[in-house]
Design a protein around this ligand. Structure first.
Ligand code: MLT
Length: 410
Protein backbone atom coordinates (compact mmCIF):
# COMPACT_ATOMS: atom_id res chain seq x y z
CA UNK A 1 0.00 0.00 0.00
CA UNK A 2 1.16 3.53 -0.68
CA UNK A 3 2.56 5.24 2.39
CA UNK A 4 1.78 8.77 3.52
CA UNK A 5 3.90 11.68 4.67
CA UNK A 6 3.88 10.88 8.39
CA UNK A 7 4.92 14.42 9.22
CA UNK A 8 1.32 15.49 8.56
CA UNK A 9 0.28 13.32 11.48
CA UNK A 10 2.34 15.54 13.81
CA UNK A 11 0.22 18.59 12.94
CA UNK A 12 -2.45 19.91 15.26
CA UNK A 13 -5.83 18.64 14.02
CA UNK A 14 -6.93 21.62 11.94
CA UNK A 15 -5.29 24.70 10.48
CA UNK A 16 -6.31 27.58 12.75
CA UNK A 17 -8.77 29.40 10.48
CA UNK A 18 -10.70 26.36 9.24
CA UNK A 19 -10.92 25.28 12.90
CA UNK A 20 -12.44 28.63 13.85
CA UNK A 21 -14.83 28.39 10.90
CA UNK A 22 -15.85 24.90 12.07
CA UNK A 23 -16.67 26.18 15.58
CA UNK A 24 -18.53 29.21 14.23
CA UNK A 25 -20.56 27.00 11.86
CA UNK A 26 -21.59 24.78 14.77
CA UNK A 27 -22.68 27.87 16.69
CA UNK A 28 -24.65 29.22 13.72
CA UNK A 29 -26.38 25.88 13.19
CA UNK A 30 -27.47 25.89 16.82
CA UNK A 31 -28.36 29.62 16.75
CA UNK A 32 -29.68 30.32 13.25
CA UNK A 33 -30.96 33.80 14.16
CA UNK A 34 -27.66 35.05 15.57
CA UNK A 35 -26.11 37.84 13.48
CA UNK A 36 -22.49 36.75 13.70
CA UNK A 37 -19.79 39.34 12.93
CA UNK A 38 -16.49 37.83 11.81
CA UNK A 39 -13.39 39.70 12.89
CA UNK A 40 -11.33 36.52 12.91
CA UNK A 41 -9.48 35.73 9.69
CA UNK A 42 -7.76 38.72 8.11
CA UNK A 43 -9.81 38.63 4.93
CA UNK A 44 -10.68 41.88 3.22
CA UNK A 45 -14.31 42.90 2.69
CA UNK A 46 -14.22 46.03 0.53
CA UNK A 47 -14.48 45.88 -3.29
CA UNK A 48 -11.43 45.76 -5.55
CA UNK A 49 -10.15 49.23 -6.53
CA UNK A 50 -11.75 50.53 -9.70
CA UNK A 51 -8.34 50.94 -11.39
CA UNK A 52 -7.63 47.21 -10.89
CA UNK A 53 -11.06 46.15 -12.09
CA UNK A 54 -10.85 48.26 -15.27
CA UNK A 55 -7.37 46.90 -16.02
CA UNK A 56 -8.64 43.34 -15.59
CA UNK A 57 -11.65 43.98 -17.82
CA UNK A 58 -9.33 45.37 -20.52
CA UNK A 59 -7.10 42.30 -20.07
CA UNK A 60 -10.10 40.02 -20.59
CA UNK A 61 -10.68 41.84 -23.88
CA UNK A 62 -7.01 41.26 -24.82
CA UNK A 63 -7.64 37.56 -24.33
CA UNK A 64 -10.52 37.75 -26.82
CA UNK A 65 -8.37 38.98 -29.68
CA UNK A 66 -5.87 36.72 -31.51
CA UNK A 67 -3.41 39.66 -31.73
CA UNK A 68 -3.29 40.31 -27.99
CA UNK A 69 -4.19 36.85 -26.67
CA UNK A 70 -1.75 35.40 -24.10
CA UNK A 71 -0.98 31.75 -23.50
CA UNK A 72 1.54 30.67 -20.88
CA UNK A 73 3.23 33.72 -19.39
CA UNK A 74 6.73 33.82 -17.90
CA UNK A 75 6.78 31.71 -14.72
CA UNK A 76 8.50 34.62 -12.95
CA UNK A 77 5.79 37.09 -13.92
CA UNK A 78 5.51 39.64 -16.72
CA UNK A 79 8.39 42.11 -17.00
CA UNK A 80 6.06 45.14 -17.01
CA UNK A 81 4.73 44.22 -13.55
CA UNK A 82 8.12 43.30 -12.09
CA UNK A 83 9.60 46.61 -13.34
CA UNK A 84 6.82 48.64 -11.70
CA UNK A 85 7.23 46.80 -8.39
CA UNK A 86 11.00 47.21 -8.44
CA UNK A 87 10.75 50.94 -9.15
CA UNK A 88 7.86 51.80 -6.86
CA UNK A 89 8.13 49.44 -3.89
CA UNK A 90 11.90 49.15 -3.66
CA UNK A 91 14.02 51.60 -5.68
CA UNK A 92 11.87 54.57 -4.59
CA UNK A 93 12.77 53.63 -0.99
CA UNK A 94 16.47 53.39 -1.77
CA UNK A 95 16.49 49.57 -1.99
CA UNK A 96 18.73 48.26 -4.73
CA UNK A 97 16.32 45.58 -5.98
CA UNK A 98 16.21 44.74 -9.68
CA UNK A 99 13.06 43.58 -11.49
CA UNK A 100 14.76 40.26 -12.24
CA UNK A 101 14.97 39.56 -8.49
CA UNK A 102 11.17 39.78 -8.15
CA UNK A 103 9.08 36.63 -8.68
CA UNK A 104 5.32 37.10 -9.10
CA UNK A 105 3.21 34.41 -7.45
CA UNK A 106 -0.32 33.58 -6.40
CA UNK A 107 0.22 34.28 -2.71
CA UNK A 108 2.64 34.96 0.12
CA UNK A 109 1.21 32.08 2.11
CA UNK A 110 2.09 29.70 -0.73
CA UNK A 111 5.55 31.20 -1.19
CA UNK A 112 6.34 31.13 2.55
CA UNK A 113 5.70 27.39 2.42
CA UNK A 114 7.19 26.70 -1.02
CA UNK A 115 10.47 28.45 -0.25
CA UNK A 116 11.43 25.48 1.92
CA UNK A 117 11.81 23.43 -1.30
CA UNK A 118 15.16 25.12 -1.95
CA UNK A 119 16.57 24.73 1.58
CA UNK A 120 18.11 21.72 3.26
CA UNK A 121 16.38 19.65 5.90
CA UNK A 122 19.03 20.20 8.56
CA UNK A 123 18.64 23.92 9.21
CA UNK A 124 18.05 25.30 12.69
CA UNK A 125 14.87 27.38 12.41
CA UNK A 126 13.65 30.24 14.60
CA UNK A 127 10.14 31.65 14.75
CA UNK A 128 8.61 34.24 17.01
CA UNK A 129 5.88 33.03 19.33
CA UNK A 130 3.04 33.89 18.61
CA UNK A 131 3.54 33.50 14.88
CA UNK A 132 1.63 33.16 11.59
CA UNK A 133 0.95 29.39 11.71
CA UNK A 134 1.97 28.79 8.08
CA UNK A 135 5.68 29.19 8.93
CA UNK A 136 5.44 26.47 11.55
CA UNK A 137 3.07 24.04 9.85
CA UNK A 138 4.98 24.00 6.54
CA UNK A 139 8.16 23.08 8.39
CA UNK A 140 6.33 20.33 10.25
CA UNK A 141 5.00 19.01 6.91
CA UNK A 142 8.54 19.06 5.49
CA UNK A 143 9.79 16.95 8.40
CA UNK A 144 11.90 19.70 9.94
CA UNK A 145 10.56 19.20 13.47
CA UNK A 146 9.85 16.54 16.03
CA UNK A 147 6.56 16.07 17.83
CA UNK A 148 4.41 18.70 19.47
CA UNK A 149 4.47 19.03 23.27
CA UNK A 150 1.55 19.78 25.59
CA UNK A 151 2.25 23.53 25.33
CA UNK A 152 1.82 23.33 21.55
CA UNK A 153 5.52 23.69 20.70
CA UNK A 154 7.21 21.46 18.14
CA UNK A 155 10.50 19.89 19.11
CA UNK A 156 13.36 21.31 17.05
CA UNK A 157 12.14 24.88 16.60
CA UNK A 158 13.71 27.81 18.39
CA UNK A 159 10.77 29.85 19.69
CA UNK A 160 11.33 33.54 20.41
CA UNK A 161 8.51 34.70 22.68
CA UNK A 162 6.95 38.10 22.00
CA UNK A 163 4.66 39.36 24.74
CA UNK A 164 3.69 42.64 26.40
CA UNK A 165 6.66 42.11 28.77
CA UNK A 166 9.18 42.52 25.93
CA UNK A 167 7.05 45.02 24.01
CA UNK A 168 6.34 42.33 21.36
CA UNK A 169 9.95 42.51 20.16
CA UNK A 170 11.86 39.24 19.97
CA UNK A 171 15.31 39.08 21.49
CA UNK A 172 18.03 38.25 18.99
CA UNK A 173 19.01 34.61 19.71
CA UNK A 174 22.24 33.84 21.47
CA UNK A 175 22.62 30.51 19.65
CA UNK A 176 23.26 30.05 15.91
CA UNK A 177 20.13 29.82 13.79
CA UNK A 178 20.06 29.16 10.03
CA UNK A 179 16.57 30.31 9.04
CA UNK A 180 14.58 33.05 10.77
CA UNK A 181 10.98 34.05 10.04
CA UNK A 182 10.13 37.70 10.70
CA UNK A 183 6.83 39.41 9.92
CA UNK A 184 6.42 43.20 10.19
CA UNK A 185 3.93 44.80 10.64
CA UNK A 186 3.31 41.67 12.62
CA UNK A 187 0.59 39.12 12.19
CA UNK A 188 -0.84 38.49 14.77
CA UNK A 189 0.33 41.12 17.30
CA UNK A 190 0.21 44.21 15.07
CA UNK A 191 3.69 45.17 16.34
CA UNK A 192 6.09 47.01 14.04
CA UNK A 193 9.88 46.91 13.73
CA UNK A 194 12.13 49.92 13.93
CA UNK A 195 15.17 50.30 11.67
CA UNK A 196 17.35 49.55 14.71
CA UNK A 197 15.57 46.26 15.40
CA UNK A 198 15.84 45.09 11.78
CA UNK A 199 19.46 46.21 11.67
CA UNK A 200 20.18 44.00 14.69
CA UNK A 201 18.62 41.04 12.85
CA UNK A 202 20.50 41.74 9.62
CA UNK A 203 23.78 42.02 11.52
CA UNK A 204 23.04 38.76 13.34
CA UNK A 205 22.14 36.99 10.08
CA UNK A 206 25.28 38.20 8.30
CA UNK A 207 27.49 37.20 11.22
CA UNK A 208 25.95 33.71 11.37
CA UNK A 209 25.33 32.97 7.69
CA UNK A 210 21.58 32.85 8.40
CA UNK A 211 18.75 33.66 6.01
CA UNK A 212 15.85 35.86 7.13
CA UNK A 213 12.42 35.17 5.62
CA UNK A 214 10.86 38.63 5.85
CA UNK A 215 7.09 38.67 5.48
CA UNK A 216 6.05 42.22 4.57
CA UNK A 217 2.45 41.41 3.59
CA UNK A 218 1.16 44.28 5.77
CA UNK A 219 3.79 46.93 4.90
CA UNK A 220 1.15 49.19 3.28
CA UNK A 221 -0.33 49.78 6.75
CA UNK A 222 2.77 51.62 7.94
CA UNK A 223 1.98 55.30 8.28
CA UNK A 224 4.88 56.21 10.61
CA UNK A 225 7.59 57.50 8.25
CA UNK A 226 10.39 56.33 10.54
CA UNK A 227 9.46 52.65 10.12
CA UNK A 228 11.00 50.56 7.33
CA UNK A 229 8.62 48.97 4.79
CA UNK A 230 11.19 46.56 3.38
CA UNK A 231 14.07 44.70 4.98
CA UNK A 232 16.18 45.88 2.05
CA UNK A 233 16.07 49.37 3.57
CA UNK A 234 18.63 47.93 5.99
CA UNK A 235 22.22 47.85 4.82
CA UNK A 236 23.47 44.35 4.07
CA UNK A 237 19.97 42.79 3.91
CA UNK A 238 20.48 41.72 0.29
CA UNK A 239 23.13 39.32 1.58
CA UNK A 240 20.81 37.63 4.08
CA UNK A 241 17.10 38.13 3.35
CA UNK A 242 14.24 36.96 1.17
CA UNK A 243 11.14 39.19 1.26
CA UNK A 244 7.51 38.20 0.72
CA UNK A 245 4.87 40.72 -0.32
CA UNK A 246 1.28 40.56 -1.39
CA UNK A 247 -1.49 42.46 -3.16
CA UNK A 248 -4.02 40.86 -0.80
CA UNK A 249 -4.05 43.35 2.02
CA UNK A 250 -3.21 46.59 0.20
CA UNK A 251 -5.43 46.13 -2.89
CA UNK A 252 -7.93 43.55 -1.66
CA UNK A 253 -6.61 40.64 -3.77
CA UNK A 254 -7.29 37.86 -1.22
CA UNK A 255 -9.70 36.26 -3.67
CA UNK A 256 -7.95 37.48 -6.82
CA UNK A 257 -4.48 36.14 -5.86
CA UNK A 258 -1.28 37.98 -6.62
CA UNK A 259 1.89 38.32 -4.58
CA UNK A 260 5.64 38.52 -4.98
CA UNK A 261 8.82 37.17 -3.51
CA UNK A 262 12.18 38.91 -3.72
CA UNK A 263 15.24 36.69 -3.94
CA UNK A 264 18.35 38.87 -4.37
CA UNK A 265 20.86 37.55 -6.88
CA UNK A 266 23.85 37.66 -4.53
CA UNK A 267 22.15 35.68 -1.78
CA UNK A 268 23.66 32.24 -1.25
CA UNK A 269 23.26 29.08 0.80
CA UNK A 270 25.67 26.20 1.37
CA UNK A 271 25.56 22.93 -0.57
CA UNK A 272 26.60 19.65 1.10
CA UNK A 273 29.97 19.84 -0.67
CA UNK A 274 30.60 23.20 1.06
CA UNK A 275 30.17 25.34 -2.05
CA UNK A 276 28.01 28.47 -2.05
CA UNK A 277 24.93 28.23 -4.23
CA UNK A 278 22.85 31.19 -5.46
CA UNK A 279 19.37 30.91 -4.02
CA UNK A 280 17.95 32.94 -6.95
CA UNK A 281 18.97 30.15 -9.35
CA UNK A 282 17.31 27.49 -7.21
CA UNK A 283 14.09 29.48 -6.74
CA UNK A 284 13.99 30.27 -10.46
CA UNK A 285 14.43 26.56 -11.19
CA UNK A 286 11.76 25.64 -8.67
CA UNK A 287 9.23 28.14 -10.01
CA UNK A 288 9.89 27.23 -13.65
CA UNK A 289 9.27 23.59 -12.81
CA UNK A 290 6.38 23.68 -10.35
CA UNK A 291 4.57 26.92 -11.22
CA UNK A 292 3.03 28.32 -14.39
CA UNK A 293 2.75 31.91 -13.32
CA UNK A 294 -0.16 34.13 -12.30
CA UNK A 295 -2.81 34.77 -14.95
CA UNK A 296 -2.23 37.66 -17.36
CA UNK A 297 -5.56 39.20 -16.31
CA UNK A 298 -4.65 39.26 -12.63
CA UNK A 299 -1.17 40.62 -13.29
CA UNK A 300 -2.70 43.49 -15.31
CA UNK A 301 -4.96 44.15 -12.28
CA UNK A 302 -1.93 44.21 -9.99
CA UNK A 303 -0.06 46.52 -12.36
CA UNK A 304 -2.91 49.04 -12.09
CA UNK A 305 -2.11 49.41 -8.38
CA UNK A 306 0.87 51.50 -9.52
CA UNK A 307 -1.14 53.92 -11.67
CA UNK A 308 -2.03 57.32 -10.21
CA UNK A 309 -5.67 56.28 -9.69
CA UNK A 310 -4.61 52.89 -8.33
CA UNK A 311 -2.34 54.54 -5.77
CA UNK A 312 -5.03 56.89 -4.54
CA UNK A 313 -7.63 54.09 -4.43
CA UNK A 314 -5.45 51.69 -2.42
CA UNK A 315 -4.50 54.52 -0.04
CA UNK A 316 -8.21 55.07 0.60
CA UNK A 317 -8.75 51.35 1.23
CA UNK A 318 -5.84 51.12 3.65
CA UNK A 319 -6.98 54.25 5.53
CA UNK A 320 -10.44 52.76 5.79
CA UNK A 321 -9.17 49.58 7.49
CA UNK A 322 -6.77 51.59 9.66
CA UNK A 323 -9.69 53.71 10.87
CA UNK A 324 -11.49 50.47 11.75
CA UNK A 325 -8.42 49.49 13.78
CA UNK A 326 -8.52 52.81 15.65
CA UNK A 327 -12.21 52.31 16.47
CA UNK A 328 -11.49 48.78 17.71
CA UNK A 329 -8.61 50.00 19.88
CA UNK A 330 -10.66 52.84 21.35
CA UNK A 331 -13.77 50.81 22.10
CA UNK A 332 -11.93 47.83 23.57
CA UNK A 333 -9.92 50.18 25.79
CA UNK A 334 -13.20 51.75 26.89
CA UNK A 335 -14.43 48.24 27.67
CA UNK A 336 -11.49 47.89 30.06
CA UNK A 337 -9.34 45.61 27.91
CA UNK A 338 -5.60 46.08 27.33
CA UNK A 339 -4.95 46.47 23.61
CA UNK A 340 -1.79 46.43 21.50
CA UNK A 341 -1.07 46.85 17.79
CA UNK A 342 -3.70 48.28 15.44
CA UNK A 343 -1.50 51.30 14.64
CA UNK A 344 0.51 50.86 11.42
CA UNK A 345 -1.17 47.42 11.29
CA UNK A 346 -4.63 45.99 10.64
CA UNK A 347 -4.60 43.66 13.67
CA UNK A 348 -5.43 44.56 17.26
CA UNK A 349 -3.95 42.22 19.87
CA UNK A 350 -5.97 42.09 23.05
CA UNK A 351 -5.12 40.75 26.51
CA UNK A 352 -7.93 38.44 27.58
CA UNK A 353 -9.70 39.42 30.81
CA UNK A 354 -8.26 37.84 33.96
CA UNK A 355 -8.82 34.10 34.25
CA UNK A 356 -9.90 33.53 30.65
CA UNK A 357 -7.80 31.51 28.24
CA UNK A 358 -7.74 32.55 24.61
CA UNK A 359 -10.31 29.90 23.63
CA UNK A 360 -12.50 30.77 26.69
CA UNK A 361 -12.58 34.34 25.48
CA UNK A 362 -13.32 33.16 21.93
CA UNK A 363 -16.34 31.19 23.21
CA UNK A 364 -17.49 34.03 25.43
CA UNK A 365 -17.36 36.61 22.64
CA UNK A 366 -19.08 34.25 20.23
CA UNK A 367 -21.83 33.28 22.62
CA UNK A 368 -22.54 36.58 24.33
CA UNK A 369 -21.74 39.08 21.54
CA UNK A 370 -21.88 36.85 18.44
CA UNK A 371 -18.48 38.27 17.49
CA UNK A 372 -15.68 36.09 16.13
CA UNK A 373 -12.01 36.81 16.76
CA UNK A 374 -8.91 34.63 16.74
CA UNK A 375 -7.60 33.01 19.93
CA UNK A 376 -3.99 34.03 20.55
CA UNK A 377 -3.00 30.50 21.54
CA UNK A 378 -3.77 29.44 17.96
CA UNK A 379 -0.66 31.39 16.95
CA UNK A 380 1.60 29.70 19.50
CA UNK A 381 2.07 28.94 23.18
CA UNK A 382 3.09 32.52 24.06
CA UNK A 383 -0.14 33.76 22.47
CA UNK A 384 -2.12 32.16 25.30
CA UNK A 385 -4.00 34.84 27.18
CA UNK A 386 -4.28 37.02 24.08
CA UNK A 387 -6.83 37.43 21.34
CA UNK A 388 -6.62 38.92 17.83
CA UNK A 389 -9.26 41.20 16.34
CA UNK A 390 -8.99 41.93 12.64
CA UNK A 391 -9.84 45.38 11.28
CA UNK A 392 -10.84 43.90 7.91
CA UNK A 393 -14.59 44.44 7.82
CA UNK A 394 -17.23 47.00 6.96
CA UNK A 395 -17.52 50.07 9.21
CA UNK A 396 -21.04 49.02 10.08
CA UNK A 397 -19.92 45.60 11.30
CA UNK A 398 -16.99 47.00 13.26
CA UNK A 399 -19.21 49.57 14.98
CA UNK A 400 -21.85 46.98 15.75
CA UNK A 401 -19.31 44.44 17.07
CA UNK A 402 -17.76 47.07 19.32
CA UNK A 403 -21.19 48.18 20.56
CA UNK A 404 -22.01 44.61 21.56
CA UNK A 405 -18.65 44.13 23.31
CA UNK A 406 -18.96 47.40 25.20
CA UNK A 407 -22.43 46.36 26.26
CA UNK A 408 -21.20 43.11 27.79
CA UNK A 409 -17.80 44.09 29.14
CA UNK A 410 -17.98 47.70 30.32
C1 MLT B 1 -4.81 35.89 8.93
O1 MLT B 1 -5.95 36.05 9.33
O2 MLT B 1 -3.85 35.68 9.68
C2 MLT B 1 -4.62 36.02 7.47
O3 MLT B 1 -5.77 35.73 6.78
C3 MLT B 1 -3.48 35.27 7.03
C4 MLT B 1 -3.39 35.09 5.58
O4 MLT B 1 -3.48 36.07 4.85
O5 MLT B 1 -3.22 33.95 5.17
Amino acid sequence: MATVNDNYLKLKAGYLFPEIARRVNLFVEANPDAKVIRLGIGDVTEPLPEACRSAMVAAVEDMGDRNTFKGYGPEQGYGWLREKIAAHDFQARGCDIDASEIFISDGSKCDCGNILDIFGDDNVIAVTDPVYPVYVDTNVMAGHTGDINEKGEYEGFIYLPVTAENNFTAEIPTEKVDLIYLCFPNNPTGATATKEHLTAWVNYARANGSIIFFDAAYEAYITDPSLPHSIYEIEGAKECAIEFRSFSKNAGFTGTRCALTVVPKNLTGKAKDGSNVELWKLWNRRQSTKFNGVSYIVQRGAEAVYSEEGQSQIKALISFYLENAIIIREKLTEAGLAVYGGVNAPYVWVKTPAGLTSWDFFDKLLQTCNVVGTPGSGFGAAGEGYFRISAFNSRENVNEAMRRILDKFK
